[in-house]
Design a protein around this ligand. Structure first.
Ligand SMILES: [Fe+2]
Length: 382
């Protein structure tokens, strides 16, 4: 039996209205909180006001850093860390989608570790980080509970993936009400990203019995609620199930890994600006078909979690049903299905395929990808 480790934040608080607990949680760590958020949306939707009010009520001074762009840069993270130092902050509150939560992690890392952010692409961040309270307003990346962050090096034009136990937030506050304002296409793309996390964690070579539990629960919740949340944005029950589902998916991949879909979506984002979740959504059915013969038993489990009746089918047919089910789900989201709509041309495919095959997570894919098969999958999406 393989040995493994399993890590989650020490405190996960889930439920409608739990954003009001931000102050009480922050007060456990000190009296000054750096609130890291995006440039507009949290102020527009009122979630920033709710967090600041809760902090003030608990006698914690909020220092707002509302400078985080989509795909946060090294410079933004450095600016946030400088402000935290100058204002002598004791705790960081990350509020928003994946980008502000990732920036909060980068800031914590810079404040508590020697060297540059780039140093932690090759070694884990292991020192005690500055405590982070993470409050997501989208349901997809699960940055609020994972040990990963993605920071963009704008000079070298690369997205750096940093990881380590120091990046796991101290508290994750998951409030479904904060996700009600997510637009339909964001709900669809981030939801498909979460489904990809769960599927890849489950079929990854690094899957463990504990990550499996979370992966299957995530697939069950997302499969039953994604389209409901896209079609009925005010359906709080579906929103809650999606927030919980993406969290389970995050716990699964943070303790197992992602695989070929994430390797292939990287160049789509870096070279053509295709949003991460949307890129994964386009790739997931194709890559699942590619992996189908490698782990058919796992595919049957996934089909069952999606509510498909596969008990009377052969393993081979059950695995085919899984792929069809995911394909249908993607079609129902209404997301654009073709790479050409994002400006990708046939001449770009070789470069993208090379990048994908060389990406580290490709090694955890259950079937070894080669340039030819990866190129063929990109080409099928043109
Ligand atoms: Fe992802």
């Amino acid at each position: 039996m393989r040995t493994y480790m399993f890590q989650v934040p020490p405190r996960i608080i889930f439920g409608n209205g739990v954003v009001a607990q931000a102050g009480r949680e922050a007060a456990r760590f000190g009296r000054r909180a750096l609130v890291v958020t995006g440039k507009n949306s949290s102020a527009r939707t009122g979630s920033l006001d709710a967090v600041c009010a809760s902090l003030q009520e608990a006698d914690v001074a909020p220092i707002v850093f509302a400078q985080v762009e989509s795909d946060p840069s090294v410079q933004t993270v450095q600016a946030g860390a400088e402000l935290a130092r100058k204002e002598q902050c004791d705790v960081i509150v990350g509020l928003g989608g994946g980008s502000p939560l990732d920036a909060a992690k980068g800031i914590s890392l810079l404040l508590t570790h020697p060297g540059q952010l780039a140093d932690y692409t090759t070694k884990p961040a292991e020192n005690q980080g500055m405590p982070i309270i993470s409050i997501p307003t989208t349901a997809g990346t699960a940055s609020e509970i994972t040990r990963f962050t993605v920071i963009t090096d704008t000079e070298r034009q690369i997205k750096m993936s940093l990881q380590g136990p120091a990046l796991i937030p101290s508290v994750a506050l998951l409030d479904p009400q904060l996700t009600l304002t997510m637009p339909g296409h964001v709900t669809a793309a981030t939801g498909m990203d979460a489904l990809t996390h769960a599927v890849e964690a489950y079929i990854s070579k690094l899957a463990t019995p504990m990550s499996d539990l979370h992966a299957l629960e995530a697939i069950r919740l997302i499969g039953a609620n994604l389209i409901k949340a896209v079609d009925s944005p005010d359906n709080l029950e579906a929103r809650g199930a999606m927030l919980l589902g993406q969290m389970h998916a995050g716990i699964a991949f943070s303790n197992s890994s992602v695989a070929l879909v994430h390797a292939m979506s990287r160049p789509m984002g870096a070279l053509f600006g295709i949003p991460h979740g949307h890129a994964n959504a386009m790739l997931l059915p194709l890559v699942m078909d590619f992996n189908r013969s490698a782990v058919p038993e796992r595919y049957r489990d996934i089909a069952q979690a999606l509510g498909e009746k596969v008990q009377d089918l052969s393993l081979r047919d059950a695995a085919k049903t899984t792929v069809l089910s995911i394909e249908e789900l993607f079609e129902e989201t209404g997301l654009e299905q073709h790479l050409s709509a994002f400006g990708v041309q046939d001449k770009d495919i070789e470069r993208m395929a090379r990048d994908a095959v060389e990406t580290a997570v490709s090694a955890f894919n259950p079937r070894k990808p080669d340039l030819e098969s990866v190129s063929a999958m990109y080409r099928a999406l043109l």
